[in-house]
Design a protein around this ligand. Structure first.
Ligand code: 13P
Length: 249
């Protein structure tokens, strides 16, 4: 049985009251089972509330980004040390929205991955191609390039999330053939970089995942769950995704 992950990436959504209502509903319904990990990645101000409200459920809370320096004069930034201190389990890194809107680079990701491991946080490294890149036939080259940061970081616990940029928030998910091809490619790449340890790294799919398509996605080889945006904002849908992950094992 491979462990399946369902990680809710709330992005810049929810105020405290909404987050609190989500956590109440989640806590009332969620039954943790072996083989499935629930993750929630709220924005920074919501972290303390979500962490304290979900403490008893076994859900793991993630930051959506962090700086590589542990502290200092970096106005507006949050450090890995601060995420750890707040009670986070891990951190999402390299999300396409950070690459696209905040100039995230491969060089910064090398430093962020190393800093995450230094502070005992599990990084979820996001990779994915744009539609222009896919249409030009460059998908695997782009992913290879994005994965190459792992040749410069050393080694630590890791989750990889394949999120085709054109499938994020569009309602147009990648089809089973596309996901299967890319996940097999990522698995091979991780094996080439890390040897046998590369076989154990969970590879999640993200991009317009909903309870209507998740069962099919979970059946695709090398898919260890989902990184979910829009459908993760409602507790009911998040709970359904988790149930589907539990039933897929
Ligand atoms: P959607 O599920 O809203 O397409 O977002 C996916 C995503 O970016 C998760 O990180």
């Amino acid at each position: 049985m491979t462990t399946k992950w369902v990680i809710a990436n709330w992005k810049m959504n929810h105020l405290r009251a909404e987050a609190s209502a989500f956590c109440e509903a989640f806590r009332a319904d969620y039954k943790a089972r072996p083989g499935v990990e629930a993750g929630i990645a709220p924005s920074f101000p919501l972290l303390p509330g979500v962490i304290s409200q979900t403490e008893t459920t076994g859900a793991k809370v993630f930051g959506q980004n962090a700086h590589w320096e542990p502290k200092g004069a970096f106005t507006g930034a949050v450090s890995m040390a601060q995420l750890k201190d707040a009670g986070c389990h891990g951190v999402i890194l390299g999300h396409s929205e950070r690459r696209q809107f905040f100039n995230e680079t491969d060089d910064s990701l090398v430093k962020k991955l190393q800093a995450a491991w230094e502070f005992d946080l599990l990084p979820v490294l996001c990779i994915g191609e744009t539609l222009t890149q896919r249409d030009a036939g460059f998908t695997l080259d782009v992913l290879r390039q994005q994965l190459s940061v792992l040749e410069r970081t050393g080694h630590g616990p890791l989750v990889v999330a394949y999120e085709p940029v054109w499938a994020i928030g569009t309602g147009r998910r990648a089809d089973a053939t596309q996901i299967e091809e890319v996940h097999a490619f990522i698995r091979e790449d991780l094996w080439l970089t890390f040897g046998d340890a590369g076989r154990e790294i969970p590879i999640l799919y993200g991009g317009s995942v909903t309870p209507d398509n998740f069962e099919e996605i979970l059946r695709i080889p090398h898919v260890a769950g989902g990184l979910v945006g829009g459908a993760s904002l409602e507790a009911g849908k998040f709970l359904r995704l988790l149930k589907q992950a539990q039933e897929s094992n």
